[in-house]
Ligand binder design. Structure first.
Ligand SMILES: Cc1ncc(COP(=O)(O)O)c(C=O)c1O
Length: 400
């Protein structure tokens, strides 16, 4: 067997199951899960119809590169959304469809890491666990940058040593972040691109929450915005990861894309051809419809906005919690230990959240997720409100 498999950590939900095993939540309270980050709003009907209308494509082997119509729709979306000048993103060379960002983040790491040089894969901490597992299975060493409140829940990139940048092969960014919801400012993205040039590493920007933001007039910038503003028309060393899962409430469609540096994508395409992860043509055609429409995405944001407002109204006075820059999580400070909070909340109120320490790694005795919990606002509004009321009741029942 591959020995690297033994280095993989149990997934946070496995730890959560173990933590809650044996607890006896009140039977008269229906369970409310704020734990899993699975979008629950309705998938758009027109996408479902596009999928159904193209089922004859089941008879066709899809290509790894995907159909031009999808790559063109994605390139056009990137131009509209991130201010990329027309003609910079050549749909034939700068865009690849992927079956959701999860598989893409994993596969990308396998394609990019040079095993010989014992390099680092640098990621935020807390982080989406795939970055770590992908690094370990690619033979690299994960290096974690704490995301603390005093730095706006982003890594303090200025504190990273030249030695770390020297050994860095991939820098993972997650903006807006899971679980913190923090957005990486445009100026920081530009500085990171300069560092990538200086130390020759690849920036892999996981932007799968980029469409869940609050101000309709100010969509948050991404790594492509930084490239556009820098005049970096070749997107050198920059690759972005996007998905329809959160944007369009289509987690089951398994559809996303990577875009950026054409040389890197050429090698990634080669890797993917062997890996065997072409997107079915009917999925591609349904994805074209989704990328071409923004009305459903605006409606989706409205629903999250409503839920954030309602939950923060209830929780704000009793819990240290702020509205994030984007995404659909609250990253709340717990009055004591996060595992204890999670277990007791479940046992007393039948509400499930994720301990922050399960989403982060301890480095030098510090776990930046400790003392926090992640609340996913995916359930319908009424259920989110009920969960917030139960959390408040739990907190008010606690000794001061
Ligand atoms: C930060 C982050 N990246 C990537 C993913 C993967 O999403 P998908 O594979 O559905 O695009 C998730 C899913 O929860 C996530 O939270």
């Amino acid at each position: 067997m591959n020995h690297a498999l033994t280095q993989l950590q149990p997934y946070p939900f496995e730890k959560l199951r173990a933590l809650l095993a044996g607890a006896q939540p009140p039977a008269d309270k229906r369970p409310i899960a704020l734990s899993i980050g699975e979008p629950k709003h309705k998938s758009p009907d027109f996408v479902a119809r596009a999928l159904a209308d193209n089922l004859d494509q089941l008879a066709v082997y899809p290509t790894t590169l995907g159909i031009p119509a999808l790559r063109e729709a994605i390139a056009a979306w990137c131009e509209r959304r991130f201010g990329v000048p027309g003609g910079w993103l050549d749909a034939a060379r700068h865009v690849l469809p992927v079956n959701g960002t999860r598989e893409a983040l994993f596969a990308f790491t396998q394609a990019v890491v040079n095993r010989e040089s014992k390099g680092l894969v640098v990621s935020p901490n807390p982080f989406y666990q795939i970055y770590e597992g992908a690094a370990l299975l690619a033979g690299a060493t994960p290096h974690y940058l704490p995301c603390l409140q005093e730095h706006g829940f982003n890594p303090d990139f200025d504190a990273v040593s030249d030695d770390v940048w020297q050994r860095c092969q991939i820098l993972f960014l997650c903006s807006p972040g899971n679980p913190t919801g923090a957005l990486i400012p445009l100026e920081t993205l530009k500085k990171l691109i300069a560092l990538a040039d200086k130390f020759d590493f690849v920036i892999a920007a996981d932007e799968c929450y980029s469409e869940l933001y609050f101000d309709e007039d100010n969509p948050p910038p991404g790594l492509l915005t930084a490239c556009a503003e820098l005049g970096r028309s070749d997107f050198a060393r920059c690759v972005v990861f996007h998905s329809l899962s959160k944007r369009s409430n289509l987690p089951g469609l398994r559809s996303g894309f990577v875009a950026g540096d054409a040389d890197i994508l050429k090698s990634f395409l080669l890797y993917r051809t062997y890996h065997g992860c072409a997107m079915p043509v009917q999925t591609q055609l349904a994805s074209v419809a989704a990328w071409n429409d923004e009305a459903h995405v605006r409606a989706n944001r409205d629903l999250y906005r409503e839920k954030f407002a309602a939950m923060l109204d209830i929780l704000g006075p009793v819990l240290d919690v702020q509205r994030p820059d984007g995404g659909f999580y609250l990253w709340a400070r717990t009055p004591g230990d996060d595992q204890n909070f999670t277990r007791e909340l479940f046992a007393q109120q039948h509400v499930t959240v994720v301990p922050g320490s399960y989403l982060s790694r301890e480095v030098a005795g510090e776990n930046p997720g400790a003392g926090r919990v992640r609340l996913a606002l995916v359930a319908p509004l009424a259920e989110c409100v009920e969960a917030a009321e139960r959390i408040r009741a739990y907190l008010q029942g606690q000794p001061a």
